[in-house]
Write a protein that binds this ligand. Sequence first.
Ligand SMILES: Nc1ncnc2c1ncn2[C@@H]1O[C@H](COP(=O)(O)OS(=O)(=O)O)[C@@H](OP(=O)(O)O)[C@H]1O
Ligand SMILES: [Mg+2]
Ligand SMILES: [Mg+2]
Ligand SMILES: [Mg+2]
Length: 352
Amino acid sequence: MEKDKYSKELEVAVRVVHLACALCIRVQEGLVSASGDHVKSKDDDSPVTVADWSVQATVSWLLSDIFGSQNVSIVAEEDTHAISKADSEGFLAAVVNTASVTQLGAPLEDIGYLDPVDGTLGFVRGDQYAVALALIEDGQVVLGVLGCPNYPMKREWLNYQHQYSQTMSALSLRSTDVWEKGCVLYARRGSGKAWVQPLICEDKMLEWPNYARLIQVSSIDDPALATLCEPVEKANSNHSFTAGLAHSVGLRKKPLHVYSMVKYAAIARGDAEIFMKFAKSGYKEKIWDHAAGVVIIEEAGGVVTDAGGCPLDFSRGVYLEGLDRGIIACSGVTLHEKIVGAVYASWDSSNL
Ligand SMILES: Nc1ncnc2c1ncn2[C@@H]1O[C@H](COP(=O)(O)OS(=O)(=O)O)[C@@H](OP(=O)(O)O)[C@H]1O
Ligand SMILES: [Mg+2]
Ligand SMILES: [Mg+2]
Ligand SMILES: [Mg+2]
């Protein structure tokens, strides 16, 4: 890809994700004390919140406003049915109130994929979640931006998952220091670079990208030293299958259970070496749950494929069609080859 292609789009996407994160932080802080009005159940029983809707509305509006609605095509997770139901009146008002407090100035063609709140379960539980925005051109993810409001620039959080908010207060991490809140990661395909920024408060936005730092995947390739991260919910990924794989390749550390694409961020930042997800057979992985994370890991030096070792196919609509069994992301080829080999060796006897 030519050197400066998409640089304007990337800058806008990063700024928009910063704003979206600020919005989520406000809602998450309020959730603890709020009535049940701010969280709803979708038809598949998964949660959706005021933040999912507000981020989706805000990001879509901002991108259309900046690039012109004729140049922007956004595919986003939440569908408009749920919010127009009569019983959602209070919820809709909350979305309008939250979305209208937020505001932002380049052409965006191709298709943007947005997961307004990834890891909604983590979000409502006061834990990890992400805002993910990716640009896909001719079936290739060309830009990825991942906002991780509860993933500080410092890596200590990894040892304290599940009690994120308690840990933050116990460690007195609720300071105004930008390095101690969250981060935004981003990458442009073919640049060979991936970046992380601290979550910037709104008055520092103009200074972008002054706070950006290059990130790289971990250099650890010895399974005994490697850290695996995987989804929290057993319904979303088969923990016993991954435990078998981990054992057979010689992983010794306990796996980290982390909500959302923060797992992709952890690999890209070098805080963990392996991410695996094996959903139940029949479940089709959605593009917005992976696109931004994949390009960021790859540009940071890592490898992401399906369990058969093939690249993920982002060219066929909202689903990762043809995905072979599961997803394997690693910091390098040595670990990746071992895991893919272990899947081949154990799949037939796994009853999956
Ligand atoms: N049954 C099933 N199997 C696999 N995956 C599913 C399933 N149902 C939902 N999803 C999607 O998983 C997204 C959350 O994935 P995570 O890796 O964050 O899982 S976990 O919350 O840590 O358990 C989650 O993203 P969000 O809805 O944006 O939170 C879903 O798109
Ligand atoms: Mg998601
Ligand atoms: Mg979501
Ligand atoms: Mg969802």
